[in-house]
Design a protein around this ligand. Structure first.
Ligand code: PNW
Length: 407
């Protein structure tokens, strides 16, 4: 039996665009329509209407925290206009969580942008930072102390990579120069919104907030050891996993480290080039581990190594996403259990992990992969939107409510 602390935060994560439905003022909505073969998010999970039911379900599953995101395009439908009714909606969302005793963790930016912002160049345009600060300021003021945990930007590196480097997500750019600009603008947006949130709490004599980003971390492993592969592992680790955390840590703009972890990448390079060093993965079928239904390898040890790599910062670490899409729910429980064991091992070795959130509470809209991947603790029948908790959800509930996990 292993035991987690009494005040450990247990729960799951959702993102507005992936569950709410009808986010017709966001850039993804337009983009989906222009891509034959890519599903439309449409009504998604109808979570915008059904949030009370969903959070009641989370409560019944032993969750004491929930991470959600706000859809910026709803709140700021035009550059110079805020929608009070949408702000009121999210206040109801937060208040419902609070009434259940569930701690809200609020993300301000989770991949999607208002359509009007994308039309003036999105995050390539430094004006995006100013607009983001107006939006963040409005939210912080409107929520007036209802929220302690804030995530400014979800996975800045993943967003930059897919939208500006490999060109798979809107706006489908493929330019290292633009990608660099976007990443820098997102970093600035974090730093300045971090300071904004802190000064609001201070001026209003509220107890200090906990503000961070959600940093996706990948376990990079050389498939065969060689000077070049080892260098590639080192560079990717620096660039994709630790660069942002180092930078924000040095600027004192992290109250905790928000970490997302899913998988490992086997690194293999065929020649000396920057693209090979940073991008190529092994094509020699050395990826023999069990995989999720998107083909991502399952590698719990990676979570342990990466958590140990975060120890030196001496900050609380909050796992904000960890999850699997699969057909067989037994595989989901194995995944959760094995990752929780690694979390516990890292805690026993001195890493201050304060919580674990599973991705996701519900099956949902998996971006350019549509509705096929099933990440949910609860299954969704998209014909009638009925939610059904899976066995894995009940097993996690047992751990969340007792703090005990069988080894
Ligand atoms: C995260 N990768 O994205 C996002 O925060 C969620 O919105 C998403 O649904 C979830 O993970 C599952 O994919 C990622 O390729 C997308 O390593 C891609 C990767 C990691 C995270």
């Amino acid at each position: 039996m292993i035991e987690f602390p009494k005040d450990f935060l247990w729960g799951s994560t959702t993102a507005a665009y992936q569950v709410e439905g009808d986010n017709s003022n966001s850039d993804w909505w337009e983009w989906e329509k222009t891509k034959p073969g890519i599903a439309s998010s449409g009504a998604a999970c109808r979570h915008y209407q059904l949030f009370r039911e969903d959070f009641n379900l989370a409560k019944s599953l032993g969750h004491n925290s929930h991470r959600l995101s706000l859809e910026w395009a709803r709140i700021q439908p035009e550059p110079d206009k805020f929608s009070q009714s949408e702000i009121d909606h999210y206040i109801q969302v937060i208040d419902h969580l609070r009434s259940l005793g569930i701690e809200p963790i609020v993300t301000l930016h989770h991949f999607t942008n208002p359509l009007w912002l994308s039309k003036i160049g999105g995050w390539e345009n430094p004006q995006a930072i100013q607009y983001f600060l107006e939006y963040a300021g409005k939210i912080v003021k409107s929520f007036s102390g209802r929220v302690k945990y804030w995530v400014t930007v979800n996975e800045p590196m993943v967003y930059t990579y897919y939208s500006y480097l490999v060109g798979e997500w809107p706006p489908q750019k493929k330019s290292p120069v633009t990608a660099n600009k976007v990443a820098n603008n997102l970093v600035d947006a974090h730093i300045r919104s971090y300071r904004l949130i802190h000064s609001f709490y201070k001026e209003n004599k509220l107890s200090p907030p906990m503000v961070s980003i959600a940093q996706n971390m990948i376990a990079f492993i050389a498939c065969q050891k060689s000077l070049r592969n080892n260098l590639a592992v080192y560079l990717r680790n620096r660039l994709f996993n630790f660069r942002l955390i180092n930078l924000l840590y040095r600027k004192r703009c992290l109250d905790f480290i928000g970490m997302n972890y899913y998988t490992r990448h086997l690194v293999d390079t065929r020649r000396w080039s920057l693209w090979e060093l940073l991008g190529n993965t092994c094509a020699k079928k050395h990826d023999t581990l069990p995989k999720n239904s998107l083909g991502w390898e399952i590698y719990p040890q990676g979570l342990y190594y990466l958590l140990m790599g975060l120890k030196k910062y001496r900050l609380p670490v909050f796992i904000l996403e960890n999850g699997i899409c699969c057909q067989d729910d037994n595989q989901r429980w194995d995944y959760i259990r094995e990752h929780l064991k690694k979390v516990h091992a890292a805690m026993a070795n001195g890493v201050n992990v304060i919580g674990y959130l599973y991705w996701s509470l519900l099956d949902n809209f998996e971006w350019d992969k549509g509705f096929a991947p099933r990440f949910g603790l609860c299954a969704i029948d998209y014909s009638d939107y009925k939610r059904t908790p899976r066995d894995s959800a009940r097993k996690l509930a047992q751990v969340a409510s007792t703090g005990l996990l069988e080894e």
